[in-house]
Design a protein. Structure first.
Length: 564
RNA sequence: UGGGGAGUCGUUCAGCGGCAGGACAGCAGACUCUGGAUCUGCUUACAGGGGUUCGAAUCCUCUCUCCCCAGCCA
């Protein structure tokens, strides 16, 4: 991983690890893990965790495991396992041979449960879910002991074994830790550690009908794998005493849990439940819809792993709740693509331009620079001819103040080509719409430089009508119109803040011929417009591009101010 | 109202007893064959009150505000 350009800023987890190494804790070892539940696709919030865990391990010469927290067969699927592996790899991280599943430890977990029973620290409880809720008490009222709390070790052992054997109905019994029903921390009020679930597990099939709960499985999995720093999000803070309790009672190797705040990004949602809702409800086309904050969505949109890694480093790691500005993510993408993306010319909303004094059958091949930020990326030829397309936005019949582009009688430069001057405007008789421009060109400005050193105030992109390729371009905007869609007014669901204009499709764009055969996933800068990525829907007959992010647009800003 | 956390520029992250700093955003300017990029400059913050100290964002104390927890989810 070489995000070498970005200086690492200090954060509290980095500091803890550095101190632990100083103090020779864990023998100077650093071993982290990324523990997703395979019940959905990964999103940018997970990327933060991935970068943290894999990044910290790499930084301190340690290791990071990929471990699936697959203890709930009713929600988990192989499809998710596969997508998660793909996404982590795509982000640029490698778990080598350390791919684990909590389900790998089911037998061992079961034996640890028996150990807890034997030491009097766990019991089989016959309370129904409703009853258990009653006994649990409330936030301010202590709970009451379950009537089954004092069963003998022998009875517990027998019952637990029969739970495993499938003798009891789903939901009829649980194995519970015997801790403290009066604890102020609800997680310590005799939490369930095993429940009966007669469901087929995506890896263990029907071998089990009892499954361990997160709190029990997670700390032990960490322990088994020799994890040193078990990094998770803030909502698990209340679970830490339980994490510690299990490992202490079991008297096994004990990693430390460290919590940090989850990522919130403006104008989107980052909760699996809500993302599933968007997919299932058809509000987006799928998990990889380019508007989704999922890794697969961002990838399809045109984000690069490098830009996401940089973003994750820049947002830092802290314990306070925050909402990161989407503009920062976009900035990180622009920063990366500015250095690496090939420049091409593409006209999104074509306006025909006829160069009246240009020879009818002539075609010239003009030289264009592939990336002014990196001359080693070379040059290419772009065909120029008498009939061209320019952007509709680049012409105004009645130009407002500070509008530098083409207007009647005005001269501008066509990028890498010639200076042209607009001499006539052709309009649709009925609608008054400008449908065609007639211009003259100055042959002496070939390549874009005027020998007499005269200046023009604008340089426009263009394509040759006869040579251009047709393309579809999909323009994206924020998925939500509200910075924090979760923070709804009275009874408003987050979906009521969906942006109706989050997708705009342009079907008759014209792009320069060098784009023929462009491969899905490749990024380009359409000069003066933004960064675009070839969509998987693209075919050799019809190119399809997604706009990942626009270029900063100073004119748009000026114009907006003028309107106000 | 039980338990656990958190409050530093508009946003975000640093600073851990000695001049409050970076990034993003914003504003202004320079430069430019992308109104891009780049460069320069500017504006703006320690939740509040007491205390300790030569000196407090930092230590103590009280208050206020916000977040999480009552799944046989993770």
């Amino acid at each position: 991983m070489s995000d070498s350009t970005l200086p690492l800023s200090s954060n509290f987890i980095r500091n803890i690890i550095a101190e632990d190494i100083q103090a020779n804790k864990y023998n100077k070892r650093v071993h982290t893990r990324f523990p997703p539940e395979p019940n959905g696709y990964l999103h940018i919030g997970h990327a933060k965790s991935i970068c943290l865990n894999f990044g910290l391990a790499a930084e301190f010469g340690g290791l990071c495991n990929l471990r699936f927290d697959d203890t709930n067969p009713t929600k988990e699927e192989v499809e998710y396992v596969e997508s998660i592996k793909e996404d982590v790899r795509w982000l640029g991280f490698d778990w080598d041979d350390r791919l684990y599943y909590a389900s790998d430890y089911f037998e061992q977990l079961y034996r640890y449960a028996i150990q807890l029973i034997k030491t009097g620290n766990a019991y089989v409880c016959d309370l129904s879910p409703d009853e258990m809720r009653g006994y649990r008490g409330t936030l301010t009222k202590p709970g009451e002991n379950s009537p089954y709390r004092n069963r003998s070790v022998e009875e517990n052992l027998d019952l637990f074994e029969r739970m495993r054997a499938g003798e009891f109905e789903e939901g009829s019994r649980t194995l519970r830790a015997k801790i403290d029903m009066a604890s102020g921390n609800l997680n310590m009020r005799d939490p369930v550690i095993y429940r009966i679930l007669k469901a087929t597990h995506h890896r263990t099939g029907d071998k089990w009908c009892i499954y361990p709960m997160y709190d029990f499985a997670h700390c032990i999995s960490d322990s088994i794998e020799g994890i040193t720093h078990s990094i998770c999000t803030l909502e698990f803070e209340d679970h830490r005493p339980l994490y510690d309790w299990f490992l202490d009672e079991l008297n096994v190797y004990h990693p430390q849990q460290i919590e940090f705040t989850r990522l919130n990004l403006s104008y989107t949602v980052l909760s699996k439940r809500k993302l599933i809702e968007l997919v299932a409800g058809g509000y987006v086309t799928g998990w990889d819809d380019p508007r989704m904050p999922t890794i697969s969505g961002l990838r399809r949109r045109g984000f690069t792993p490098e830009s996401i890694r940089n973003f994750c480093e820049r947002i830092g790691v802290a314990r306070r709740e925050s909402m990161v500005d989407m503009a920062l993510l976009e900035h990180c993408l622009r920063e990366d693509l500015n250095k690496h993306a090939l420049r091409v010319m593409a006209v999104l909303r074509p306006l025909m331009v006829v160069i009246d004094n240009y020879p009818e059958d002539q075609v010239e091949e003009l030289c264009a620079i592939n990336n002014p930020e990196d001359l080693e990326m070379g040059t290419r030829k772009v065909p120029f001819s008498r009939i061209l397309y320019i952007e509709q936005d680049d012409f105004r019949e009645d130009p407002p103040k500070q509008f530098f582009r083409l207007a009647p009688g005005r001269e501008v430069r066509l990028r890498y080509a010639y200076f042209i001057k607009c001499i006539r405007v052709v309009k649709d008789d009925r609608t008054g719409e400008v449908i065609e421009l007639h211009c003259t060109y100055d042959p002496k400005t070939r390549g874009g430089d005027a020998p007499d050193r005269r200046k023009v105030k604008a340089t426009l992109h263009w394509v040759s009508a006869a040579h251009a390729l047709e393309a579809e371009v999909r323009l994206y905007d924020n998925l939500f119109i509200k910075a924090d869609p979760n923070e709804g007014e009275e009874g408003q669901d987050f979906k009521s803040y969906l942006n109706p204009n989050s997708l705009g499709i342009l079907k008759s764009c014209r792009v320069e011929p060098s784009l023929a055969g462009a491969l899905p996933g490749s990024n380009y800068q359409f000069e003066r417009q933004g960064y675009f990525c070839v969509d998987p829907d693209s075919t050799s007959h019809k190119l399809v591009f997604n706009r990942a992010v626009s270029l900063r647009d100073t004119w748009a800003k000026i114009e907006k101010k003028q309107i106000q």
